[in-house]
Structure formats: C-alpha cells, structure tokens
Design a protein around this ligand. Structure first.
Ligand SMILES: *[C@@H]1O[C@H](CO)[C@@H](O)[C@H](O)[C@H]1NC(C)=O
Ligand SMILES: *[C@@H]1O[C@H](CO)[C@@H](O)[C@H](O)[C@H]1NC(C)=O
Ligand SMILES: *[C@@H]1O[C@H](CO)[C@@H](O)[C@H](O)[C@H]1NC(C)=O
Ligand SMILES: *[C@@H]1O[C@H](CO)[C@@H](O)[C@H](O)[C@H]1NC(C)=O
Ligand SMILES: *[C@@H]1O[C@H](CO)[C@@H](O)[C@H](O)[C@H]1NC(C)=O
Ligand SMILES: *[C@@H]1O[C@H](CO)[C@@H](O)[C@H](O)[C@H]1NC(C)=O
Length: 785
C-alpha cells in the first residue's frame, strides 16, 4: 500500500518502512526461538475438511484444541481472530511459532504465513481525463449508478459533501448484503445511498501492536481520522460538489470518477501501526460476500512477495474468481529504482502515478533577479517585504531542518533552504523553521525526487523546488555576501506547460519482481497533487500543530491514482455487465495513450528521461476510448490456474488459490510459460541460450455486430525481430474470438558482465477503421551467468 500525501505521507511512508525493515524482514525461522505469540494467517484446504466437523470454523478450533498440552493455545477459540470463507479459506490466529509449525503438520493446513504489515500508498482530473456529460463513458454508464466499489482504506468521513446522496435516485441495490457498523463517533445512520456500507477491522493490528489501539489516535469505528480513505473514496465515487478547493487552490467543482457509484468503506489502516494483512484479508473476504463489484486497494507491502506468500494476492484471486475486479496501487517505492512494483499478480489491476496539467506554482526570486520555479499550497499572509535574507540549513545546524536543531539566532527573520528527505515531512520542515524564528522556507528535492514537484500546504510562506534548482539556489547562497530571496505565489495554473502527464518519481517500477513475464504496472493515472475530500479530524498537513480543518485536500501518491481507475472500472462494469474483470482491465489497457499533451513520449520525473513500459505500463488511461475498445484480451479463471501451473506451483501452493478442485498441471498449463497468459501486454524474457520466444493470444470482438477486419502493425526494437501470424483477423460476429501467434527473436547477446538486464521496447497494434488495440512490448535480456 502506498499512501503518500504531500508532506505527511511521504514522511509516514518512510517511517513505516524503517519500522518494517526492522520488524518484518525476518521470516518464520528466525523467530522460532522466542515463544511470544504473533498473528499467523492460516490457509486451509476447503476440500480436506473432515466430514465430522459441521463447519470449517469447527474444524479449525478443534484442531487447535487437539494440540498436545505443551503446545496447546491457552484458549483456542479466543486465539482465532478471523475466519475466512469467501475469497479464500482459512483463519488468522494468535499462535506461537511452534504452534504454527505444529499446525502446519496437520492435514489440510496448507500454508501458514506470519502477518505482514502494509502501508497506505484529486478536482480537475475528470476534465483532464476527458470525461464529460455529453458523450463517452459518463453518459453511457449512467455514472456507474448501482455499481458498488469497496474501498479498503482508513475509513470514511461520511459528512463530507462528496458523500451527499441527493443526486442518487435509485435505492441501495437489493443485492447489497453489507452493513453500516456503528462505533464511537459513527452512527449506523451515517450511511446513505452513496456510502452504503461501512465496516471496521482492527484485530490484526492490535495483535501486531500487542495492545489495544489508542483511541485518542484512532477511532475504532469506520470514521476516518486520517484523511486518506476519505480522499480515495471521494476520488473513486464522490458526488458533485460546487465550490470545492483547498484554501484558494484548485477551486471549482469537485467530483469523483463515478459520481453515482456506491461506496462501501472497509477500514483496515490505522494511524498507529499501518494496515495488517489479517485485517486486509478479512475485509476482502467480507466485501466479496457483501456484494461489491470492484475493490479499490491503495495499500501495499513495501517488499514484493511471491503470490503464494502474499495474502493480498491470495485474497484478490478469490475475489477475481467471484467476478470482482481488484484494483491496487503500484506503490511509492519508485525512488528505489527497478523491480519495485507491488501488487503485481496478473489478476490484480496495478496502477502507477502520473501528473496532470494543473500546477500550483510558487517561484523563488533570488536577490540577483533570477527566478527559480517551485510549487506550494501555502495559504495565508505573504512575506512582509521582498528580499529577505536567505540561509542554507546545513550551515545553521540541521541540513534536513529537524525541529529543535536549527540555530534560532541564525534562522531568525530569514528564509531557510532545507534539503528534502531525512525522514522529515515537507510541512514539518517548514514548521521547524518557524519554531526557530525563520519567516520562510524553501525545500529542495532530494536527488531521488529529482524534478518532481509535489505541493504542500505549508504553515509559513514556503515552496518546494527541484533537485537541480536546489543546487542553483545553494550556489547562489555560497557565492553571495548577502543572499536574499522573495516568493511569488501564482495560485492555480492549468495549461500545457509543463507538459503532462509525466511519470511521478515515486511511482514504483517494473520489471515485475515476481513474474518478469507479466508487464507491471498495468497503466498510469493521475496521482500528483490530487484534490479530493478530507477528514475533519486533522489538518491538511496532518501535523498536530496544524489546527486548520479543510473539506478538501491536495495530496500525491499511487494511492491517489488507484481510485481514479477504480471509478473508471465501475463505469465499464455498468456499461458491460457481462464483461469479466479481465475484459474491463484489457479495455482500459489497450486504449490507453502514450504521448503527452505536447505530443512527446512521457517524461520519467525521477530521471528526466523518456519513460518506458516499466514505468507507465500500457500507458495513461483514456476512459472514453475504453468504452469502445474493439477487441479485448479476456482471461478466465481457468487461465489463471494454468498460469499458476506455469510458474511451477505444486499442489500445496495451488490449493491456496483454487479451493474446489484439484488441478492437474500436466494437462493444464501455459505452453510457452507464464508469458503465454492472455495478457493485454507483453514482457518478453530472453534467458540465454534461448533466443526465440513464442506466445499465443486470443482477442475477442466486442465491437458493433457485423464484420470487422483488423490488421496488425508491429514496432520492433533494434535488437529483436517481432513477427505476428496471421497478420489480418477477420471477425464475422460480435463476441467472436480469434487467435494469433507472436514470435520474438533476439538479435543480440546479453552483456556478459552486466548486473542490470538489457531492456528494449516495442508495441503491437491491431487496427480496423475505428479502433486501435495497442499492447506494449518490453523485452528483457537476463544476463548470462
Ligand atoms: C446535499 O445536497 C443538497 C442539494 O445540494 C442539499 O440541499 C442538502 O442539504 C445536502 N445534504 C447534506 C447532508 O449536506
Ligand atoms: C494515547 O495517546 C495520547 C495522545 O498521544 C496520549 O496522551 C496517551 O497517553 C495515550 N494513551 C495510552 C494509553 O497510551
Ligand atoms: C548561532 O548563530 C549565531 C549567529 O550566527 C552564532 O553567533 C552562534 O555561535 C551560533 N550558535 C551555535 C551554537 O552555533
Ligand atoms: C511446494 O512448494 C513449497 C514452496 O516451494 C514447498 O515449501 C513445499 O514443500 C512444496 N510442497 C510439496 C508437497 O512439494
Ligand atoms: C461470449 O461468448 C462466450 C463464450 O464464447 C459466452 O460465455 C458469453 O456469454 C458471450 N457473451 C456475450 C455477451 O454474448
Ligand atoms: C563490461 O562490459 C562493458 C561494456 O558494457 C565493457 O566496457 C567492460 O570492459 C566490461 N568489463 C569487464 C570486466 O569485462
């Protein structure tokens, strides 16, 4: 999960990841010698329940009760915290490592995983995405009326104007089986025709913390005291709100993507401790039973995990089997480079983040007249006079502007230039300068954040500049006797300069660390400086000293891009009730676009170079085109089963995903490996000495009835030849499927001594006179050993 807001989430994410690396980097084996209990997620084989037990739950408790005395849990019934029965089968329980390993020896208990902790990963975007009331996806999907989006997050602030249901005329859909769970400060009457359900999950996180949640920090109710869940929910399905904005920024009409879709809120993430796997799974399991159509999960673990050890992947598989599309953020680990993409299972729709054509510029004017571009959401009194003395934080005590470490004699009445990073949030740095008597702050991006500009709601006049601009300002400071600066706040600017979209530096990247033959992320969507609804519990910076309360907030992260796509998928679900989750995903992928609004290849903000499918997947979503994709690459549950066989899963691993039958991989696999899955994109891996890779694909005609003839156009890279057979597909009916074979031949040898795989890129497009069905191709030469 990646939740990143402006200052605060960047900070939280870092802190959580440090915690994680300390506490969760060890697996079972290293914890065997201490016998404290921890939470384990136990996957059971549905088919192996002995018939003497009436229910699976009885089987689980009886098994725990039958343990030898020295291993027996003190109260077996109490130790089970959740029983799972929809998305998959099993339970979460408090066990010692020895109890867990003893349980693993009992027949029918397939896998026992220690609970992992995940982290959390808005409105001009409808306009940027081309949504409009007169044509395209909005009117053709009735704004996703009656489609139910399950948002698994920090809960919801139901009083927000974004959740006003007056524009929804239909009653709550009859198939809805969920509830509106009451709790402290959340009445069961808080739900309405927009927010139709709300539930809360904390047993897993309390086990992790080994104590109850501190209720002054977290409300044990569906109420969002953090902001993230309210933001993501309103991005996916917020109602139309006039006069929205954060202070004077981004003012206008705010609305979600699917303005009439229904929201079911599942609170799984907590200010204290993050989001626990046992809670996430319980929520997925319940959401499927409650009747959601889409699950939106802006949450992920920082370290990519094999699918059979990743509870979210297992839960999402179960949801997919029941026709529910799971959409998840790619993660905010892009600064760590390649192979960082999270939530990368092929049955999950994985979303990266990019910029939109709206900025909040606040430029720095140096004493010599030079103008340096920056961004800010500061609202309040401007600096009293121009040309204020400027000082570098490093020379007055704390390069990262840590509170209490800046020399207040030296900072007084000055503007301080702080380095970004150091585990301190942007607004927090500004507050440190304020506490030290400074009057203004300039934050220079770290090298890793590079040229990306995320705006922050500073508490004092302040702005954020790129890494390169930071170096320029520093050079100015060290070469002047009396360096000075002023700020020029420009408010909200919408336009084509700088060009958009650009790939956010933080957006996690491919290749897919688990299965390099499946390209990830799948697509990009708006995730930088997004305006959406906010909680009434904390201010826009999430700092305790920030007593401001705002209805809307502007934050950034793949957490923000995910719910954009969840809303779009909800509308496709409404427009095409018979489509599978894979067909919806295919439509959004093959119609996505690949050039920015200046007609150029997208820029990757972490490097300043052209981005590749490893950063942007198939491209940027284009909702109106997705309404009419022409062809889709469909995938049935049995194809995913074959995929699991193709990656070498044995019976035990398979039964984590497939509960009702035994799969025989000898007759049920993908002929040429995992890349043979009918995926709408290609990631071809050349492993020496293999220089030819062949895949089959099946495309289904979802266009208007009547003949359709599609011709192929292939863009090959320098070092490989790509051929497609046949090169013309003639459909005579709608819903007809035809197949083709695609052959990739390497013309190059991998570099023998390189530790980084060589990569090149191409694409394949099927076009008739109306549609362009495009799939990106990434080619990866693994170094020979
Ligand atoms: C919802 O919106 C309607 C129409 O704008 C307004 O009359 C009503 O007061 C709003 N309801 C709430 C609870 O704010
Ligand atoms: C809960 O948090 C509050 C606010 O941080 C703190 O003052 C209080 O001591 C905490 N309570 C417990 C039981 O830890
Ligand atoms: C703080 O800054 C003042 C003025 O620049 C300087 O005289 C003083 O020595 C500094 N104090 C410390 C502890 O560095
Ligand atoms: C299946 O594979 C897992 C992971 O590689 C392994 O731990 C387990 O022992 C295997 N089970 C069987 C029955 O081969
Ligand atoms: C399309 O064909 C498949 C089988 O080939 C069938 O299961 C499905 O219902 C058809 N869909 C429509 C919309 O006709
Ligand atoms: C490694 O490959 C590079 C070319 O990519 C070459 O310049 C270099 O000399 C090689 N180094 C070794 C140790 O072979």
């Amino acid at each position: 999960m990646s939740m990143q807001s402006i200052p605060f989430f960047r900070f939280v994410f870092i802190i959580l990841s440090i915690l994680l690396s300390i506490q969760y980097s060890d697996t079972l084996s290293s914890t065997f010698d201490d016998e404290v209990t921890e939470t384990f997620i136990v996957h059971a084989s549905k088919l192996e329940k002995p018939s003497v037990f009436l229910s699976h739950h009885d089987w689980y408790t009886s098994t725990l009760q039958s343990f030898p005395a020295n291993l027996s849990p003190s109260d077996p019934r109490e130790s089970i915290i959740y029983t799972y029965k929809n998305a998959f089968h099993g339970f979460a329980a408090r066990l010692t490592p020895s109890q867990a390993s003893h349980l693993h020896l009992q027949p029918g208990f397939l896998a026992i995983l220690p609970q992992e902790i995940h982290q959390l990963h808005t409105t001009h975007t409808p306009h940027f995405l081309g949504l409009n009331d007169n044509s395209g996806l909005w009117p053709n999907s009735e704004y996703a009326d009656d489609v139910i989006i399950g948002v698994l997050d920090t809960g919801i602030w139901p009083e927000s104007r974004s959740f006003n249901d007056t524009s929804i005329t239909n009653p709550v859909p009859k198939r809805w089986k969920g509830i509106c769970e009451s709790g402290p400060d959340f009445a069961s009457t808080s739900c309405n025709k927009k927010v139709i359900g709300a539930r809360v999950y904390y047993k897993g996180i309390e086990e992790k913390l080994r104590r109850k949640l501190n209720e002054t920090k977290d409300s044990k109710s569906p109420r969002d005291t953090h902001g993230h869940g309210t933001h993501t929910s309103s991005t996916a399905a917020g109602s139309v709100v006039k006069n929205a904005g954060l202070f004077e920024y981004g003012v206008g009409e705010a609305k979600g993507m699917a303005t009439k879709a229904r929201i079911a809120s599942y609170k799984i993430c907590w200010n204290e401790g993050g989001c626990a796997a046992a809670d996430i799974l319980a929520a997925i399991d319940q959401a499927v039973e409650d009747g959601v159509d889409i699950i939106s999960l802006s949450v992920g673990s920082r370290r990519p995990r094999p699918y059979d050890q990743h509870s979210t992947a297992i839960g999402a598989f179960g949801a997919m089997m029941k026709g529910v599309l799971v959409i998840a953020s790619a993660g905010n680990s892009g600064l760590s480079g390649h192979f960082t993409v999270a939530n990368s299972a092929p049955w999950i729709f994985t979303i990266g983040a990019s910029t939109i054509d709206r900025e909040f510029p606040c430029n720095v004017i140096l004493g010599d007249g030079r103008v340096v571009n920056g961004v800010s959401l500061y609202s309040g009194k401007p600096l009293e006079e121009p040309n204020i003395d400027l000082v570098y934080a490093s020379s007055i005590g704390s390069i990262f502007c840590k509170e209490g470490e800046l020399n207040s004699t030296a900072a007084a009445r000055k503007i301080v230039l702080c380095d970004g990073g150091g585990g301190i949030g942007i607004a927090e740095k500004g507050n440190a300068v304020k506490m030290a008597g400074g009057v203004g702050v300039i934050i220079a991006n770290s090298l890793a954040h590079g040229e990306e500009l995320s705006a922050d709601a500073h508490l004092i006049p302040g702005t954020t500049v790129t890494f390169r601009s930071g170096v320029e300002i520093l050079r100015y400071i060290v070469t002047q006797k009396k360096p000075t600066a002023s700020f020029d706040f420009k408010g909200t600017i919408i336009g084509s300069s700088p060009s958009a979209p650009k790939i956010a530096a933080f957006s996690s990247r491919g290749p897919n660390p688990i299965t390099p033959e499946i390209l990830k992320p799948d697509v990009i969507a708006p995730g930088v400086n997004i305006l959406a609804a906010w909680t009434g519990a904390v201010g826009p910076t999430d700092l305790e000293v920030d007593k401001r309360r705002v209805e809307f907030n502007i934050i950034s992260g793949t957490s923000m891009s995910c719910p954009h796509v969840s809303g779009l998928a909800a509308m496709l679900r409404k427009a095409y009730p018979n489509w599978s989750p894979a067909a919806i995903k295919s439509a959004l992928m093959t119609t996505s676009y690949n050039l920015d609004n200046a007609g150029k290849i997208f820029t990757d903000l972490s490097t300043g170079r052209d981005s590749t499918p490893f950063q942007h997947g198939a491209g940027h979503v284009d909702p109106n085109k997705a309404l009419n994709p022409g062809l889709v690459y469909d995938i049935q549950p049995s194809d995913y089963e074959a995929f699991l066989c193709s990656i070498g899963y044995n019976q035990t691993q398979l039964s984590l995903f497939i509960h009702d039958k035994i799969v025989d991989c000898r007759s049920h696999t993908l002929v040429t490996g995992p890349g043979d899955l009918n995926y709408p994109s290609f990631s071809v891996v050349f492993k020496p000495p293999n220089s030819v890779v062949k895949h089959k694909r099946v495309v289904t005609n979802v266009g208007k009835p009547g003949d359709a003839t599609y011709r192929v156009m292939v863009k090959s890279p320098l070092s490989a030849e790509i051929s497609v057979s046949p090169s013309v597909l003639t459909f005579t009916m709608s819903n007809q499927s035809l197949s083709y074979e695609i052959t990739f031949t390497s013309l190059s040898n991998p570099e023998k001594n390189s530790s980084i795989p060589k990569t090149e890129f191409g694409s394949i497009e099927w076009t008739d006179s109306v549609h362009v069905v495009r799939s990106p191709i990434a080619l990866l030469w693994l170094p020979s050993l």
